[in-house]
Design a protein around this ligand. Sequence first.
Ligand SMILES: Nc1ncnc2c1ncn2[C@@H]1O[C@H](COP(=O)(O)OP(=O)(O)O)[C@@H](O)[C@H]1O
Ligand SMILES: [Mg+2]
Length: 357
Amino acid sequence: MADREGEEQAADDLVGFDRVVSSSADELERAAEAALRPRRLHEFVGQPVVRDQLSLVLRAAMSRGSAPDHVLLSGPPGLGKTTLAMIIAAELGTSLRVTSGPAIQHAGDLAAVLSSLTEGEVLFIDEIHRLARPAEELLYVAMEDFRVDIIVGKGAGASAIPLSLPRFTAVGATTRAGLLPAPLRDRFGFTGHLEFYDDADLEKVLVRSAKLLGIELEGAAAGEIASRSRGTPRIANRLLRRVRDWAEVLGTGHLDLAAARSALGVYEVDERGLDRLDRAVLTALCTRFGGGPVGLSTLAVSVGEEPETVETVAEPFLVREGLMARSPRGRVATSQTWAHLGLTPPAAGGTLFDVDS
Ligand SMILES: Nc1ncnc2c1ncn2[C@@H]1O[C@H](COP(=O)(O)OP(=O)(O)O)[C@@H](O)[C@H]1O
Ligand SMILES: [Mg+2]
């Protein structure tokens, strides 16, 4: 198993591009994030549904003295999946082993990881939807029967030697739960779906981070940063650091509303948290494709991005904000899209699509 940094990097490469509101983290940023990660469930801000459910699952398992059911965490990047996986191990008082779908090249790699687990350990598999097929099949059996079949020999003479595993808890994280094959999804006893955070919860994240970083953050500035953070704690923490940079270099050192607004203006993060990529996607949708419908890949190519990036990073937030809609024939602009870009929608009878209808 490669080291943890390498694996997280592999997972992040998928959406790794340089934008201040990117929901993925690079290496430097992961170090900054590590310092801000809540360690226990009670420190984890927001997500009351997932938190309460998870708390029950963990407490019940602990009172029975056995490893809890396998846990699947799904949701867009930056909402706290890795953090929760670490919290699960911490709450159980056990250690966490980390790997990821892309880091596992062969079923044998996974077999090696599984057979080295100790009783009660938590195995975190990030980007689990990217596991190769043979590894996935090995994982079903391991999760269900706590067993791996080690294949010895090749071809007709090959035989499987069953190796029993200690009881462990698998925690899978995915940005695309829909891509997970049903048999794998069904092996998870508990699925937590992380939602985008509301501004009040993001403010709490910011206040907590500012305290940990020794930054004096005014309430109005926290509100302003929160409202431009796309419902995502990772982005909120990053914008906080950028506003601090601005305040130290160009401002008075105070993190007040004026500093927050000026700094976020410099980084081209607009009032709704959209950055250049988001606006490029929406602008292409409206001006090049007349508001759609247009297929995801065509739209992604027109802004020079991978379809998966547009789909997992930009789109969930744009859809939630009513700035883009999905239709069976492709992506479409809404009345809000045109309004936000300051453009005039085509005359009636065109493709204008209202998200509320
Ligand atoms: N509920 C939360 N409360 C406080 N901070 C959070 C919360 N969720 C995420 N964060 C912060 O956001 C950053 C990204 O979270 P992470 O768990 O890495 O997201 P994901 O794995 O879903 O991409 C972490 O550094 C963490 O500090
Ligand atoms: Mg993660």
